[in-house]
Design a protein around this ligand. Structure first.
Ligand code: ADP
Length: 482
């Protein structure tokens, strides 16, 4: 069997469906209340009116103006009212219309009998009957008859009889049927127009966004999403504009990386090849200096490849933190000790006390190495790199300061990005991968430690990071103290 794939409903169809259901429900409710329930509603209202009028009459039964009050009630409400004693004697009787009725045809004996019957039934009786009065069209109206027996405060037994016509609602019903039908049709048409209008307002900007998103997907990162329409649509466009901006940045970085990495890989390789060829072809050139150059260039290559590998592992999260409690101060001293062979440079380390932290010692060492290496690369004439360790409440802050060229303020935020280099031109002396600070950032983020940089052009830079102090010091191990 051929399975048809169901196409999801569009904005226009969904809104139209919503309106359609709404109009149908409103139409059905109107039909129910205005037409189906009209008769029972009308009857209930009339019955309630007759009962309240009976209560009003009862209040005047002992009044000497009782007849006047009954007359007024009768003309105000259009209800026929008769008041008798227990023997059926007429005490008051008023008719709102001239139409013949059961009430005014009743004899005294009939009323006395009715008194007895109603009294036996519990004192009230409600019934309806066909009026003896025949209308011009031959129809006979329905009449409600309500009888209530009561004892007045002065101890008299009284019977109050009330009679009210129920006007037939059929003609009103016919009008209402036409009205409700017309109203439903008009609402339906209005609904279609409104649905079209709303759908256009919502779907037009969405279609435009969709078209732009397709271009973005094809690699056109310069695309701009129009921020029009409803708030949510504008927000979507804003988010997509942001995403397009980020993608274009990543694309730029990717291009930079390719250029940098290929340049950085090729330069040492060219040197190694060149020197090796010279040494092969010219026996006199086989000197220890030339061999050292080849070794240095090979080391440069190794460092670059290691940085690339480290960062991709860190970002992929395949290097979990191996936290231990260690003496950070001792660890920094050890790192600086390794720079001893750089005789030209000085590395003063200022600290007041030994501190312990819970962190991955190897990775934190890498942070310090990267910061010190950068400081060496970009250091100034005095070749001094100052390290400073300060303790603030429950945190330790380590800073690395150089007196080099500094970093422009507007670049301070970008230097933590992968492959970012302030100086795009490749100076041989400043050849880095552009990955060192990204590795620092990644490691510190994983430790939840703060980090930052302050710099003044021409004066130098201070890179710093913070780690939470261990609540208690571990016993310093012998190698940490060495
Ligand atoms: P690189 O391997 O190029 O040094 P980093 O990620 O370590 O890469 O640094 C990114 C950029 O930040 C560097 O290219 C350099 O322009 C700038 N930078 C880093 N440290 C310093 C510093 N101490 N002084 C001046 N500029 C620095």
């Amino acid at each position: 069997m051929n399975k048809l794939k169901k196409r999801p409903l569009g904005v226009w169809e969904q809104i139209l469906c919503g309106f359609g259901i709404f109009i149908l429900v409103v139409g059905a409710l109107l039909w129910l209340f205005q037409i189906v329930l009209l008769d029972p509603f009308y009857r209930a209202v009339k019955t309630a009116q007759v009962k309240t009028t009976a209560e009003s009459v009862e209040r005047y039964l002992d009044d000497e103006n009782m007849d006047e009050q009954v007359k007024e009630l009768c003309f105000n409400t259009g209800i026929n009212i008769v008041v008798t004693d227990e023997m059926g004697r007429l005490l008051s009787g008023w008719r709102a219309t001239q139409k013949d009725s059961l009430l005014n045809n009743m004899t005294r004996a009939g009323r006395a009998e009715l008194f007895n019957n109603v009294n036996l039934q519990g004192g009230t009786h409600l019934t309806s009957y066909r009026s003896p009065f025949v209308n011009w069209d031959g129809s006979q109206d329905e009449v409600i008859l309500y009888v209530t027996i009561t004892r007045t405060p002065s101890g008299q037994n009284r019977m109050v009889l009330l009679e009210s016509e129920i006007t037939p609602v059929d003609s009103i019903k016919e009008t209402l049927v036409v009205q409700v039908t017309t109203l439903t049709v008009v609402m339906g048409l209005l609904g279609v127009v409104l649905a079209l209008f709303i759908a256009r307002k919502i779907s037009l900007p969405l279609t435009a966004i969709n078209d732009s998103a397709k271009l973005l997907a094809r690699g056109d990162y310069g695309i701009s999403f129009g921020e029009h329409g409803a708030r949510e649509v504008r927000e979507l466009a804003r988010t997509l504009n942001y995403a397009a901006g980020e993608l274009s940045k990543v694309e730029g970085l990717r291009r930079d990386l390719l250029a940098n990495v290929s340049h950085d890989l090729r330069t040492p390789l060219t040197m190694i090849k060149g020197y090796s060829e010279v040494m092969r072809d010219l026996p006199g050139e086989n000197t220890p200096e030339n061999v050292q150059i080849i070794i240095d260039e090979a080391e440069r290559l190794t460092n670059l490849v290691n940085d690339l590998l480290d960062l991709s592992k860190l970002e992929a999260g395949v290097l979990p933190l191996e936290k231990t409690r260690f003496n950070l101060t001792a660890s920094i001293r050890q790192i600086l000790h390794r720079y001893d062979k750089l005789a030209d440079y000085r590395f003063p380390f200022q600290y007041e006390e030994e501190v312990w932290v819970d962190a991955d010692e190897l990775k934190i060492s890498q942070v310090v190495y990267n910061l010190v290496n950068n400081a060496i690369t970009y250091s100034g004439e005095d070749k001094t790199i100052t390290l400073c360790q300060t303790v603030e409440q429950d945190k330790v802050r380590v800073s690395v300061t150089d007196t080099g060229e500094g970093i422009p303020q507007d670049k301070l935020k970008d230097i933590w990005e992968r492959y970012y280099k302030v100086d795009k031109e490749h100076k041989r002396a400043q050849m880095g991968s552009g990955l060192g600070l990204s590795i620092v950032k990644n490691i510190l983020d994983k430790h939840g430690g703060a980090y930052g940089v302050s710099s003044q052009l021409g004066k130098g830079s201070t890179f710093w990071f913070e780690l939470p102090l261990s609540p208690q010091k571990a016993l310093p191990s012998p190698e940490q103290e060495s």
